[in-house]
Design a protein around this ligand. Structure first.
Ligand code: ZN
Length: 302
């Protein structure tokens, strides 16, 4: 999709994409994949509760970073994820200032890292801010204006941790079902609101459900509003497990994972922090670290 031929990203035909997106995309209520919650690798009965504040007796079973970090992870009933390697100096994805925007759902890298993106913004659980402040796991937030506008401030401490705010429309429509002018207002109005609220313009756009990502109409609409890439995903976090697009149900280096700001009403009683802890455990047990997506993307020269 990049006109200069440097694209190393994967693109998808719109039809196949829509099928995948509707099977796994945001907007569903995560009915699939609800295996028993297995948090961390320790013995559950001996571990502190996820929201407890007394990690003193937890014994890390793997080599941990600094002691304070291990205690922070133990507070959430998790063992520390291996730190991500330093971001590549030569970014695998290079965005251009003008022209067609690339569509990607993974990043080409040999680093054993995956990227976590969290969408919409419905659940605003203070415990999740506390969790990310403790763990400092990088995330990218694709926010929908009308879902976050009742509390823009919730996301600011998450942003202050170094996490980026990205564009996920005004009110979460199925983009291919609306005309070009409406597509444009969905993206441009969210872009201006998010830029005003968070002080920086989103570089990336994600269409709700992944719908329309491969269409020329949506690509043009995105170009008119400022984001310089359309970002999809390879895995979708449900409640305790991920749905995989790959048949082998395994993470690959550079995969982008979709999750949502969701609470107990959408997670069959589980909390946002329990869902996120289970996501980290699923990543850890496959030997991956979490890196920051924007650290693997070169923004256009200004
Ligand atoms: Zn969404």
């Amino acid at each position: 999709m990049i006109s200069d031929g440097r694209s190393r990203t994967r693109t998808y035909a719109a039809g196949a994409l829509a099928l995948l997106a509707f099977a796994t995309g945001c907007g569903d209520n995560g009915g699939g994949g609800s295996a028993p919650a297995a948090q961390g690798t320790g013995t559950a009965s001996a571990a502190p509760r996820p929201t407890g504040g007394a990690p003193a007796t937890a014994a890390p079973t793997t080599a941990a970073p600094a002691g304070a970090d291990a205690a922070a992870w133990a507070k959430w009933n998790l063992t520390p994820l291996a730190p991500a390697p330093a971001p590549p100096a030569d970014k695998p994805i290079k965005l251009e200032r003008t022209g067609t925007v690339p569509v990607f759902s993974e990043v080409k890298t040999n680093d054993k890292v995956v990227f976590v993106t969290i969408d919409d913004g419905a659940e605003k659980d203070p415990k999740f801010v506390e969790m990310l402040t403790d763990l400092k796991v990088p995330i990218s937030m694709f926010l929908t204006r009308d879902i976050v506008r009742n509390d823009y401030a919730y996301f600011k401490p998450l942003q202050a941790l170094g996490n980026h705010i990205q564009n996920h429309t005004v009110d979460h429509p199925v983009m291919s079902k609306i005309p070009a002018e409406k597509q444009k207002s969905e993206i441009c109005d969210a872009q201006s609101a998010l830029t005003q609220q968070y002080g920086t313009a989103p570089l990336l756009f994600r269409p709700p459900f992944g719908d329309g990502a491969g269409t020329a109409t949506l690509n043009t609409s995105v170009q008119q509003c400022g984001p310089r890439a359309i970002v999809l995903w390879r895995e979708s976090m449900q409640i305790h497990d991920m749905q995989y697009q790959a048949g082998d149900k395994k993470l690959k280096p550079g995969d982008i994972i979709l999750a949502h700001f969701r609470g107990p009403s959408e997670l069959k009683g589980a909390t946002m922090t329990q869902m996120f802890g289970d996501l980290l455990a699923r990543i850890q047990e496959q030997g991956f670290s979490v890196a920051r997506l924007e650290d693997y993307i070169q923004a256009p020269a200004s």
